[in-house]
Design a protein around this ligand. Structure first.
Ligand SMILES: Cc1cc2nc3c(=O)[nH]c(=O)nc-3n(C[C@H](O)[C@H](O)[C@H](O)COP(=O)(O)O)c2cc1C
Ligand SMILES: Nc1ncnc2c1ncn2[C@@H]1O[C@H](COP(=O)(O)OP(=O)(O)O)[C@@H](O)[C@H]1O
Length: 313
């Protein structure tokens, strides 16, 4: 899969004809996957490569308030990996700026998009574009028709009576519902980061924990204890993970993410780590003695092992 960064909107490089899916695809959930899959299918019928036009940074990070940018669902690399698995051959990553956001619908289509030579476009029913996000999918269809580009508008995917969306996934994460999120994403929710030093207390409790500093401002599931798997040094490990403020001790201000890897010993400091959330075990609690916390973590590990037998880790 080719990843083509577009920073200069006037770039006159020779772009290959393709069938193109448009969107930010944060989460790249089952709805997004269906939409991109449709572009791949149409491209196959026309004997063309399937492409995706997406933006980086996420428009909400450029235009939104500071609150909004703290909620990304998908690391960029993961987005690319899923797109490749779906059969996408080219990803155009447009460097999103305030200037780009200022293009009118007509400028976006006739001045920019048409130069990428899409032979067909696929968008979701709620696609919004152009200055202020004012233009919608049916307007895209009308304007693109003028340029001879057919547009297919893909409907919503629903689960349990709700429209699958990045917003729905953020909401389910805030309830800690890792299993449902996994179903909506078509894969476990993942956070990537680096193993940093903590307070060196874990090893004294008998449960050393790799403290994870996330690489980006990802949405985090609610505070609590989760069954996860982690990829570190090229190997997958089953683990239990706590997200929270550790109220048993001093109830720190920031939320930390820390994973105790089952059946592992070794040094992980400085390593790149990927955590995938499989299941929720319980809320984080304040214990009145360290012994009670240790006993609880021991039973968390027993429960995690029994739940892990349901997943292929
Ligand atoms: C599976 C697991 C469950 C945990 N549950 C709690 C909890 O309910 N309450 C709490 O205060 N801390 C909890 N912790 C966090 C421990 O207090 C933390 O791992 C310990 O303080 C070590 O911190 P350090 O890595 O900074 O040394 C949990 C940790 C793990 C691994
Ligand atoms: N099973 C394990 N799970 C997680 N980390 C482990 C494990 N075994 C050894 N370690 C190492 O121990 C460190 C955690 O020990 P801990 O006492 O909790 O220190 P810190 O407070 O710095 O996280 C990890 O960062 C890692 O380098």
């Amino acid at each position: 899969m080719k990843i083509i960064q577009i920073t200069d909107l006037q770039d006159n490089a020779a772009f290959q004809p393709s069938v193109m899916a448009l969107g930010n695809f944060d989460g790249i959930h089952i709805g997004h996957q269906g939409l991109i899959g449709r572009a791949v299918e149409l491209a196959g019928q026309l004997g063309l490569p399937a492409s995706v036009l997406t933006f980086y940074p996420h428009p909400r990070q450029v235009l939104g308030n500071s609150q909004a940018h703290a909620n990304l669902l998908t690391p960029f690399d993961e987005k690319m990996r899923v797109m490749e698995e779906l059969g996408v051959e080219i990803v155009y990553v447009v460097h999103f700026t305030v200037a780009f956001a200022g293009l009118t619908a007509e400028e976006f289509i006739y001045g920019f998009l048409s130069r990428l030579h899409p032979q067909g476009l696929v968008v979701g029913f709620d696609y919004a574009f152009g200055r202020g996000g004012k233009a919608d999918a049916s307007m895209l269809k009308d304007l693109a028709a003028e340029a001879g580009i057919p547009v297919e508008i893909v409907g919503a995917v629903n689960r349990y009576g709700e429209k699958v969306s990045s917003t729905l996934i953020r909401e389910k994460l805030s309830y800690g519902d890792a299993r449902l999120v996994c179903e909506l994403l078509g894969r476990p929710y993942a956070v990537t980061g680096t193993v940093i030093h903590g307070e060196k207390r874990g090893r004294l409790l008998g449960f050393p924990t790799a403290n994870i500093e996330p690489l980006d401002s990802f949405a985090l599931p609610k505070n609590g204890v989760y069954v996860v798997r982690v990829l570190v040094k090229n190997e997958w490990h089953a683990a239990v993970l706590n997200i929270g403020t550790k109220p048993t001790f001093h109830d720190q201000m920031h939320r930390s993410l820390e994973a105790h890897l089952l059946d592992f010993s070794g040094d992980l400091y400085g390593e790149a780590i990927r955590v995938e959330f499989l299941d929720f075990l319980r809320d984080e609690k304040k214990f009145f003695s360290v012994e009670e916390l240790i006993a609880q973590i021991q039973s968390d590990v027993v429960e995690a092992r029994s739940r892990l037998s349901l997943f292929s880790v």
